[in-house]
Design a protein around this ligand. Structure first.
Ligand code: SUG
Length: 446
């Protein structure tokens, strides 16, 4: 008999160096807000407010900590030497782009932290985690070491949890984690269908590929994860993302599709072989019928989907039907706002829509769904994990006070070289690992 299980969402707490450096070619928002001044304090508070609202509604909500940035180990590995202040000074003077990359708070987008397979799907009945190598973007390729340490600290009991290292960090195995991975199922505790979406086949230059923007996820990476996690062929579907969508700014599948339970909410430009993908999912899904909620380009043009981040919403089980937690920008784009009104009236599986303000993150191309990593856990697994990262009222209060004490309310590119900023970050993170009870996960603590 299937075990009772829940979907827990682990949101990335926005780090104190949150800034707009224009680092992600192919991500329209990141490029269009380059050099704008950011507000790290507001960004972190917006993220915490989203977590709190969902926790208050009864969802299991966890927190993943930010990373040490500027990342001194990366700067030193690239040949900058001397005291920390000298390293920052040299990098700012000779290679500001490298300093910006080593300073990004991009670990906040935890949909890219890892791919997670629930125990109901895996051969050894453990929950499997593989941190994403994020090899497509230098600033993100430096995340997986600390991400792996954090996940191991939280999910430590190896009778329930299995951890794999990130895949080889080269473009052939480019892996962006759960942003390109959706699980469909009758119930969380029952075996599901894991839908892996890739942008390109690495070992076949003739296969369809985007022409303008990079495809960040390869089929070979997705297949390797499925093997590592012990997923049987009968419960896995691989689907190619439509290259035209990538060229329109859809750099991850979660910018054009989101699934939960038996429902797949997607745009007609999401998949290269839409009919085949749906048929494959239907053939493998047991105990329920797939509910495909398809949005046509006539209803919502792809440019509006990208501008509003309609599909980067969280699709959550609610008491009656599902809840779509959308970013505020969805109400600012006319076609999308109209579509959402029609959606809740349509009598389909999505019964309600709620708006969340994550504007600071959105300006870097990260909506509500980018900010969270989904981990399906049985009751036993939930009891076995480290509970110090689960958001309670008390933890929310503590983290809010912590943000207010340590975060700046304005940050520009010039500030990244300020040695005081590094000191502030380290002091804050050291305190945070104490609050969350995580031990020494950062390089500067080891
Ligand atoms: O990888 N932006 C992130 C946004 C990630 C969104 N995640 C998901 N869709 N799951 C990225 O492109 C921009 C950083 C900058 O430009 O400063 C950035 O990394």
């Amino acid at each position: 008999m299937a075990k009772h299980a829940v979907e827990a969402n682990f949101d990335g707490l926005v780090g104190p160096t949150h800034n707009y450096a224009g680092l992600s070619w192919g991500n329209v928002a990141s490029k269009s807000n380059v050099n704008a001044a950011s507000n790290p304090r507001e960004a972190a508070l917006q993220g915490l407010a989203k977590m709190k609202r969902l926790a208050d509604r009864g969802y299991v909500q966890g927190v993943l900590p930010p990373h040490e940035r500027p990342h001194m180990r990366t700067l030193r590995a690239l040949g900058f030497t001397g005291t920390d202040a000298q390293v920052l000074g040299q990098a700012a003077k000779t290679s500001p782009a490298i300093l910006a990359a080593a300073s990004s708070a991009s670990a906040m987008w935890t949909a890219n932290a890892a791919t997670v397979s629930p125990s109901a799907d895996t051969k050894d009945h453990r929950v499997h985690f593989t941190p994403a190598n994020l090899s497509a973007k230098f600033h993100r390729s430096i995340e997986h070491t600390v991400t792996g340490r954090t996940l191991k600290a939280i999910f430590a009991d190896d009778s329930y949890f299995a951890h794999h290292p990130a895949l080889p960090s080269v473009s052939h195995f480019g892996d962006e984690g759960a942003a390109n991975h959706t699980r469909l199922c009758a119930g969380y505790g029952e075996p599901g269908v894991e839908l892996f979406v890739y942008g390109q086949i690495a070992f076949n230059e003739r296969a369809p590929a985007p022409k303008k923007y990079p495809a960040r996820q390869t089929l070979e990476a997705s297949q390797a994860i499925a093997r590592l996690h012990g997923l049987s062929d009968g419960h896995v579907v691989f689907a190619q993302q439509n290259p035209a969508a990538i060229d329109a700014g859809v750099f991850h599948n979660d910018v054009i599709a989101v699934g939960n339970g038996h429902t797949l909410f997607y745009h007609d430009m999401a998949f290269l072989e839409e009919d085949r993908v749906l048929a494959d999912v239907r053939a493998r899904l047991t105990g329920t019928e797939l509910q495909a909620v398809r949005v046509s380009s006539d209803q919502v043009p792809i440019a509006d989907a990208v501008a509003s981040y309609l599909f980067n919403s969280q699709l959550l089980n609610a008491l009656d039907g599902m809840l779509l937690a959308v970013p505020g920008e969805c109400r600012e784009v006319a076609s999308v706002s109209r579509y959402l009104d029609d959606l809740v009236r349509s009598g389909g599986p999505i019964q309600s829509v709620e708006v969340f303000d994550v504007k600071q993150s959105m300006r870097n191309g990260g909506g509500p769904a980018c900010l969270r990593l989904r981990v399906v856990l049985s009751d036993e697994e939930l009891a076995a994990m480290h509970r110090g990262v689960i958001l309670t009222d008390a933890l929310y209060e503590r983290l809010t006070t912590w943000v207010e004490a340590h975060y700046r309310d304005q940050l520009s590119q010039d500030d990244l070289a300020d040695p005081m900023l590094l000191d502030e970050v380290r002091k804050a993170l050291d305190e945070l690992t104490g609050i969350l009870g995580l031990g020494s996960i950062y390089d500067f603590q080891r």
